[in-house]
Write a protein that binds this ligand. Structure first.
Ligand SMILES: Nc1nc2c(ncn2[C@@H]2O[C@H](COP(=O)(O)OP(=O)(O)OP(=O)(O)O)[C@@H](O)[C@H]2O)c(=O)[nH]1
Ligand SMILES: [Mg+2]
Length: 368
């Protein structure tokens, strides 16, 4: 019997960081753990990052777990067969919801003899919560993205409030209390995956008896689709060549994200998550992220040295038209090339909008 731990939560909330931190903690407790990433496209920054930290990493690409349910099951079966794992943690696409009906309940119903499905865990970024909450308190009509965010909270068995280091302890207490009162059926835990703090509390709620998937979410698929359709989605690979002897991967990457941050701030476009890796040689890569327009990018991993050539992967999810994102990334890359002394070449512009979600299964709670 394996344990399957489903993670969801808005773009950039810290699902991948949570997967890595909890997988390592579970391994220390003697488990054999694999992780699965998921995306609408291919060329995934998350997969690259996780492969540098963990042995067993698989991905489901080209659509979310609910629309690629059989691919998810195949990935789990393959990991168990090849790596003999007892625990699989899987991160859904950050713009996905209705996972109780489309992933958790189908896994329990059709594969319940092979796996225990842990409580559905929604990872929450306090600053993103505050941004959506502020708009609601101002009495603004709820945006489709805010609706999607609210569905992700509502369907959670566990609300995993990450990045507690980004708010004061008083704010943390207030946020956790509010979530407990708004979502009385969910277990609410706070932690900071990036700092490795409070991970034990998450492992404890996962070890508790699983929920019964009883949260019956009445998702308006047209609104859910409209929220996803607000996002331009880009995964792009680039070849980088230094104009001199070598270039600094971090300087190049930081400039790309700084330019995107300023561009999004100027047009008030919501950044879900823009992230990139620049690999200089096997295993030596920088990784940076941006989850808020106007903010400074965060350096999650730096490359060891400069190099004459490198390969970059850019993943950006921004609320704008695909053509606008293509142009913004092209201009950001051109600026980074100038600053870092690089000549870059990329495949043709690639942004798209996620298509209408059409889950393979959609099961009501037992007894509903
Ligand atoms: N300050 C702080 N940053 C964190 C923490 N956890 C994650 N982050 C950062 O938040 C950013 C996004 O984290 P990810 O783990 O990639 O988020 P995600 O939910 O997997 O993002 P998507 O897969 O794109 O939806 C990265 O820069 C992380 O380093 C934390 O506990 N504290
Ligand atoms: Mg991720």
């Amino acid at each position: 019997m394996i344990t399957f731990i489903p993670l969801t939560g808005f773009l950039g909330a810290g699902k991948t960081t949570t997967m890595a931190a909890t997988a390592l903690a579970l391994q220390e407790r003697g488990h054999k753990v694999a992780v699965i990433t998921n995306d609408q496209g291919v060329d995934l920054v998350d997969t690259k990052l996780l492969r540098s930290q963990l042995d067993s990493v698989a991905e489901v690409t080209g659509g979310c777990f609910c629309c690629r349910f059989e691919d998810l099951v195949e990935a789990v079966i393959a990991l168990v067969a090849s790596d003999d794992v007892d625990t699989v943690i899987a991160e859904a696409v950050g713009s996905c919801t209705d996972l109780q009906a489309t992933v958790v309940r189908p896994l329990r119903r059709y594969y319940g003899e092979k796996m225990v499905v842990a409580p559905l865990t929604t990872v929450v970024d306090p600053l993103r919560y505050r941004a959506f909450d502020r708009a609601a308190r101002r009495g603004e009509p709820e945006s489709d993205l805010s609706y999607l965010f609210r569905q992700q909270l509502t369907e959670a068995d566990v609300l995993a409030v990450n990045k507690l280091d980004t708010i004061t302890s008083q704010q943390a207490v207030e946020l956790l209390d509010r979530l407990r009162s708004d979502h009385p059926k969910a277990a609410v835990v706070g932690y900071a995956a990036g700092q490795g703090e409070g991970i034990g509390s998450l492992l404890d709620v996962w070890a508790a008896p699983p929920g019964n998937g009883a949260v019956a979410l009445d998702v308006d698929y047209d609104r859910y689709a409209a929220a996803e359709a607000q996002l331009a989605w880009m995964n792009q690979a680039l070849d980088l060549t230094a104009e001199g002897n070598g270039f600094d991967a971090t300087v190049w990457a930081r400039t790309v994200l700084q330019e995107l941050s300023a561009w999004a701030a100027a047009r008030q476009a919501v950044i879900g998550h823009a992230k990139l890796t620049v690999e200089l040689r096997e295993g030596d890569f920088a990784k940076l992220s941006l989850t808020e327009a106007g903010a400074e990018p965060t350096l999650d991993r730096s490359a060891d040295a400069t190099a004459p050539v490198g390969k970059a992967v850019v993943n950006a999810r921004v609320a704008c038209e695909p053509a606008a994102l293509d142009q913004a990334v092209t201009e950001a890359v051109a600026a980074a090339d100038r600053v870092a002394g690089v000549a870059s070449s990329a495949t043709a512009p690639v942004s798209f909008k996620p298509s209408y979600p059409r889950p393979v299964h959609r099961l009501a709670p037992l007894g509903a």
